[in-house]
Design a protein around this ligand. Structure first.
Ligand code: DO4
Ligand code: MG
Length: 289
């Protein structure tokens, strides 16, 4: 059963709780723990604690009575770039420094960048942002790994690495502004534990963008086209950083719509990853400040 963070929308309570999702029974079991605490434990201890928490779940709620929040609390979210051929080609197309992307695609060291602190991430059903000062924007559907403090994979979720192609394309040094802005990181709907999804080497990732009830773009890619090993990406991330409460790592996009596409306010973006679930968010253009 997946691990989630949820709120009870009927009570209007702001409290975000940790839970197990029983999809068959359509119920959520509240667990009296935090994701940060679970990610501080090593694998065996975590499984033992999870088993105990499951037996002593403090309360249960119908799935329809809760809203999912991003499955992240104290962690930082990092992202890998140019890990699929399609992403490399898209950067070459948008950039004035195209050789950078060709080089990083084949280099031993991957491109890794900071995406968001946990508190800035949005969950399933919450709006995602489009920068007011950007003219060319895309969602990026990415297999996202949840990693513990020791660098072990705990599970997987779905990530949407919202990006401004116009800002990144203008100058690669603008990458942080192209990637980090209000509601530019969506995660969810929950975390599927590694024990329940032991092999992620060939999972379909699909995305559809719906505008005025019409699909305006859709595509599918398999993680088999990922040009890096997930374990190598993690090893690079943990080389010179510690993550006492664990970390999340987006593994890059293999789906980039053609150049004439840009995300518009009101678009609904739905991303599905086989074995994990579906993450849906509506895009909203942010106000200029
Ligand atoms: O170099 C830019 C980042 C590309 C990216 O986010 C991706 O490939 O997913
Ligand atoms: Mg990306």
């Amino acid at each position: 059963m997946p691990l989630c963070r949820f709120q009870l929308h009927a009570t209007g309570s702001e409290i975000v709780r940790l839970g197990w999702v029983d999809q068959e029974q359509e119920r959520v079991y509240e667990l009296s723990d935090t994701l940060a605490h679970l990610l501080r434990l090593d694998g065996q201890e975590r499984l033992r604690v999870l088993g105990e928490l499951r037996r002593s779940a403090v309360a249960t709620f119908p799935l329809r009575s809760v809203v999912m929040r991003a499955p992240v609390d104290e962690q930082e979210v990092w992202a890998a770039g140019v890990t699929y051929e399609r992403s490399r080609d898209a950067r070459i197309e948008e950039s004035t420094q195209e050789e950078l992307y060709d080089r990083v695609y084949d280099a031993e060291r991957p491109e890794l960048f900071f995406k968001a602190p946990g508190w800035r991430c949005v969950g399933d059903g919450q709006p995602v942002g489009i920068r007011a000062d950007s003219t060319w924007d895309v969602p990026e559907p990415e297999l996202t790994v949840v990693i513990d403090a020791g660098g072990e994979i705990v599970g997987y979720t779905i990530g949407n690495d919202l990006s401004s192609r116009s800002i990144e394309g203008e100058n690669a040094l603008y990458l942080p502004q192209a990637k980090i802005y209000h509601a530019s990181c969506a995660l969810g709907p929950w975390i599927v534990l590694r024990e329940e999804l032991p092999d992620v080497s060939d999972l379909n990732i699909s995305m559809v963008v719906v505008r005025d009830e019409q699909a305006v773009w859709s595509g599918t890619v398999s993680t088999a086209s990922l040009h890096r090993q997930v374990e190598d990406l993690i090893a690079y991330l943990y080389r010179a950083l510690t993550f006492p409460s664990g970390a999340l790592l987006m593994t890059g996009t293999g789906l980039v719509p053609p150049a004439e596409f840009t995300l518009q306010s009101g678009d609904r973006v739905a991303i599905e990853i086989e074995g994990i679930g579906k993450l849906t968010n509506r895009a909203l253009r942010l106000e200029s400040r």
